[in-house]
Structures are given as C-alpha cells and as structure tokens.
Design a protein around this ligand. Structure first.
Ligand SMILES: Cc1ncc(COP(=O)(O)O)c(C=O)c1O
Length: 434
C-alpha cells in the first residue's frame, strides 16, 4: 500500500480501527488461497480476512451466483417473499440440529448475537446473562456487555447484567493445573455457585465453543454438556456463538457445539463470517418458541438480501459437495502436527492448540509463562515478508498466532505455510530475551 493511502486512512477513520503490520497492506485481489497486494506481491492467505473467506477467494460458483442475482434484483427487504433467503433458511435450519428451528438473517455476527440476546432476555423476561471469561461476541453496545476481554471492551456500561463463568480457557487461570475431568468439575461447581448468588432468573449462557478473538482457546470436550444440565434445572437457555466455529472449520464437527454433543443442540445458535465467503451474512437459529417470543414487529432492511443469500447458497453447496469439513480435518490435522513438531524445539511457543483449520500458537518469553505479544508481532511481520498472512489474538495480551486458512487448503499449501512459519518462529526464538 502506498504511504499516502495509509495517511488518508489515519486522517479519516477512527484511531481504534486497528491495522495489521508496520506498513499496512492493501489487498487488491485474490484467487483460491492466495491474495495480492497493491504492489503485486502474492501471499498465501492463512487468515481469510478473519476466518471469513471460508471456501476460497474468487470461487467461480459464488462469483457467478452473486453476478446472476445482482443482474436480477439486488434488494427487496424482508417485507417481500425472498426465494434465496427462504432456501438458505431451510438449509441452515436443517443443518443446525435444532428441532423446529427458525432462522433470522442479519448482516453481521454482532447483530446476530444482539438478536440472540434480545430473544433470550425477552423469552426469559430477565436481563441477566452468563458469558465466558476471555470471550468476544461483537462490537455493539450489548455485545460488548458480554465480552470478557479487556482489549475489546471500550466501555463498562451495559444494557445487561453479565456474570462471567470459568471454563473457556483450559491452560491458564486458577484451574489450569487440574486434569480435564477435575477442570470440568471445578467449572461446574463455579457455575452452580454463581447461579446460587443470582435472583434465579438468568436468561442465557452465551459461549463460543472455541474462543476466536481470545486466541483459539477451548474447554475440555463435554464441558458445555455438563453446563447444559445445570442450566436446564432453571430453564436457562444456551446460546452457542458459532461465528468462527461453524460450517465444519473445526474438522471433526460441523458446529463447535458438537464437541459437547451429549448436551444435544443449543437453544440458540448464531453464525456469520464464513457462510457468505465475504458477503455480509449473519444470523440466529432458535427453537420456534424462543424465536417467536417477541411481541412487536421486527425487520431487517439488509438482512437476508437476495445477493448475499445467493452467495451463501452457492458457498454452502460448494462446501458440502466438496466435503470441506473432511478437508479441514485432514489438512488441518497435518498442519497442527507439523506446527506441534516445530513448537517442540522452539522455546517461544507455549502451546499449539485448536482443531481442523482453526489453529492457535501461543507465544511466551522463553523459559516463562509470560505472554509475548512482541514476538507475535515479529512473527506476523516475518511471515508477511515471506508471503504468508496469518492473524493474532489472545485474551490478556495479543500473543497468540491465529492460523485459519480457507477450507479448500491443499496439503502442499499447508506445507508451504508451515515452512514459512517455522522460519519466522525460529527468528523469534533466536531473538533477544523479551
Ligand atoms: C465469536 C464471534 N462472535 C461475533 C463476532 C462479531 O462478528 P462481526 O464482526 O461480523 O460483527 C466475532 C467477530 O470476530 C466473533 O469472532
């Protein structure tokens, strides 16, 4: 990107709109798993614009569906019957696992979670919400009110009363030293204890099965099934935020909640990011009695817009027909093994974690447990210099590398990206003590 464009960005956009890299990148086009910058440099894309380019850049099937629909009608609003919206809703409802499911489309993950909170609080007639520590659910006033991550919480004011629960982070915090079983028991006891302190009318628990912005952290499998049993005793709803974990990215499961499948499906499920492959689609799926609990009209002018729905339908069909969940499991499995092997000899790496094509690499100061955000930034820069784009995240400091390529990733591309990461990590490991 030209310095001029960076200066113009800074002059006219908010200071808090973070940009990656010392010299920010302007991406001009993409194809498959690759993108190009304004200077003509090519990069292997292991972040997909925050896990959003789910299948591939410029996927011909999606591009054609968008062009064809745009040539017919771009907009009609939810006041008119909308065939692509109804078709996508039918498919999402069926895939969700939620019985008698209803679907409402929004334009972002934030708005999807906002809607889920509105539904749960209206249904339960309560403003109390349980959220996980280290969570991120979006940027609106209510979503910030359930975000347990200091770096993404610009205000403590909130329309909700939020209680933060342990369990989303397995290897840090007061229960980290426990076995999986004991960790789960401790979190369940904490949840029970917390519920005992409330008025007894909590509306819902909202949780990301694998925390995205928080650095791809997760509880032991089955934890949310145990939570569900406790919540069910009081009729408290379970909202699974699948904005990052949905559509097979985690390889073993189509939805993140299925790692806790003993619980059965959640009462509400929210989605966004990957389903539109870059077109702005978000949404909430809920049991009909929960979805229909609003007693006033509600519309979305842009939610479910025909062009985005056409993109979603084409993208979802491609995903299912090409078994991209299976590809995420196979190629993601190889990639995570390769990264674990690299980490074994690198003192900067505390942990390699994740599932499928959702892999986190947590960096620390060698010989300590202290988060190392400088090393994470250095690795990001080195990878960029060698033609690889990755992301970063993490709860208390941004010290986790996030690897989340499009789900069509090939073995050769995984190898190529891992080799670049290996060199970048080695440079960070060789650097001066931080
Ligand atoms: C788990 C999760 N929920 C919700 C959101 C908000 O989605 P959006 O940025 O589309 O509003 C995000 C965004 O990163 C997310 O990771």
């Amino acid at each position: 990107m030209t310095p001029d464009l960076h200066a113009r960005h800074r002059a006219v956009l908010p200071d808090w709109l973070a940009l990656y890299y010392d010299r920010p990148l302007e991406l001009t086009h993409g194809e498959g798993r690759h993108v190009w910058d304004a200077d003509g440099n090519r990069y292997l894309d292991f972040f997909g614009g925050i896990l959003t380019t789910m299948t591939a850049h410029a996927l011909p099937e999606v591009t054609k569906a968008v062009a064809d629909q745009a040539a017919r009608i771009v907009h009609s609003s939810t006041l008119y019957l909308n065939r692509p919206m109804i078709e996508l809703a039918e498919r999402v409802a069926q895939l969700s696992g939620i019985p008698d499911a209803r679907v409402f489309f929004t334009t972002s993950g934030t708005e999807a979670n906002d809607t889920a909170l509105l539904l749960a609080t209206a249904h339960r007639r309560s403003g109390q919400i349980l959220a996980m520590r280290n969570s991120y659910h979006g940027r609106s006033f209510s979503a910030i009110g359930i975000t347990g991550n200091r770096g993404w919480s610009p205000t403590s004011l909130s329309p909700l009363q939020t209680l933060y629960v342990h369990g989303g982070v397995r290897t840090r915090g007061p229960y980290a030293h426990l076995s999986d079983a004991a960790f789960t028991e401790a979190c369940v006891a904490d949840l029970r204890d917390m519920l005992g302190q409330t008025r007894g009318d909590v509306a819902a628990l909202i949780a990301e099965p694998i925390q995205g912005v928080g650095g791809f952290t997760s509880p032991p499998d089955g934890l949310y099934a145990r939570f569900r049993d406790v919540l069910a005793e009081q009729g408290i709803l379970w909202i699974s935020d699948e904005v990052q974990t949905g559509w097979g990215r985690t390889g073993e499961h189509f939805w993140g909640w299925q790692a806790h499948a003993d619980a059965g499906p959640p009462d509400l499920l929210t989605f966004a990011k990957g389903i539109g492959n870059g077109m702005s689609i978000g949404g909430v799926v809920a049991r009909a009695d929960v979805m229909n609990s609003l007693d006033a009209h509600s519309i979305s002018t842009f939610g479910g817009s025909p062009v985005t729905m056409a993109a979603g339908l084409a993208n979802l069909s491609y995903l299912l027909e090409h078994d991209l969940q299976g590809n995420a499991r196979r190629v993601g499995g190889l990639l995570i093994e390769r990264l674990r092997a690299i980490a074994a000899t690198n003192p900067c790496v505390r942990e390699v974690r994740g599932r499928g094509l959702m892999i986190g690499v947590e960096l620390v100061t060698p010989g300590t447990d202290t988060a190392n955000p400088e090393a994470a930034s250095a690795v990001l820069e080195s990878c960029r210099a060698e033609g690889l784009l990755i992301g970063k995240g993490g709860g208390h400091s941004t010290s986790v590398l996030r690897v989340a390529p499009p789900l069509t990733l090939t073995v050769a591309e995984a190898e190529q990206g891992a080799a670049i990461l290996e060199r970048a990590l080695r440079n960070a490991g060789d650097g001066p003590p931080r």
